[in-house]
Design a protein around this ligand. Structure first.
Ligand code: THU
Length: 231
């Protein structure tokens, strides 16, 4: 789980893998890969994944390393953060291990509350946190909002994007928290994206009133869209 691996892209529909690396203004590197969805418009482009992951770590994107000439959303993210674009065949080395946490004593509800501080929510003032567990560790996610509302990403999808970029696709459970609102519950778009990777996994929802509820993904998105006839 080191370096940037274009083969971690999830591109079963287009077969067009993409990866890129963001350098933050504090000098750290964050990679992103293209993550497609059977509902094509829910695809997370590599540039969005890398920039959103950087922001979710409390960092600001500054430079973007690219090794291809076609990237979705490139113009938007370049303008949003005045990114310097650097085209190189060999992208900077990136260690995905940094974002995979293995603390065996993690207390999910405490961690989820702490994480809310990292959410970037200038539009909604509605922070959300997520923990995506594998057998040996977990990935953290918070929601990210940018000037264009349609380019932000939910906490659940940020955690998933980190994992896929790191080459991890086997998950045990997802835990989600919001401290406002009636319930913590993944939005429809997140349900669609999560289902593609963990259709039978457990979700633990930590509600604002300190109660929790447990669900299975396939109960939260019954009769979901599927087709073997997509081009
Ligand atoms: N949000 C999440 O992060 N996850 C969800 O499942 C629900 C919505 C975020 C997106 C946006 O930043 C804010 O909450 C309001 O929609």
């Amino acid at each position: 789980m080191s370096d940037t691996h274009i083969e971690h892209s999830y591109v079963p529909y287009s077969h067009k893998p993409r990866t890129c690396v963001v350098e933050s203004n504090s000098g750290k590197f964050y990679s992103g890969v293209r993550i497609e969805n059977i509902s094509y418009p829910l695809t997370i482009p590599a540039v969005q994944a890398a920039c959103a992951i950087c922001l979710s770590e409390g960092d600001i994107p500054s430079k973007l390393y690219l090794n291809d000439h076609e990237y979705e959303q490139l113009n938007f993210w370049q303008k949003e953060f005045e990114l310097e674009l650097i085209y190189e065949d060999d992208l900077p080395t990136y260690n995905a291990d940094d974002l995979f946490k293995t603390d065996p004593h993690i207390h999910a509800s405490v961690k989820l509350k702490e994480l809310l501080q990292r959410a970037v929510v200038p539009n909604s003032d509605f922070p959300v946190s997520a923990l995506l567990f594998t057998q040996n560790g977990y990935f953290e996610g918070v929601n990210i909002e940018v000037s264009d509302w349609t380019r932000g990403l939910c906490a659940e999808r940020i955690a998933l994007a980190k994992a896929i970029t790191a080459g991890i696709t086997e998950f045990e459970r997802l835990e989600i928290h919001t401290r406002k609102g009636q319930v913590s519950s993944p939005c429809g778009a997140c349900r669609q994206v999560i289902t593609e990777f963990m259709p039978i996994s457990k979700l633990i929802l930590h509600h604002a009133d300190h109660t929790t509820s447990e669900h299975f993904m396939n109960d939260l998105l019954p009769f979901n869209f599927t087709s073997d006839s997509l081009r």
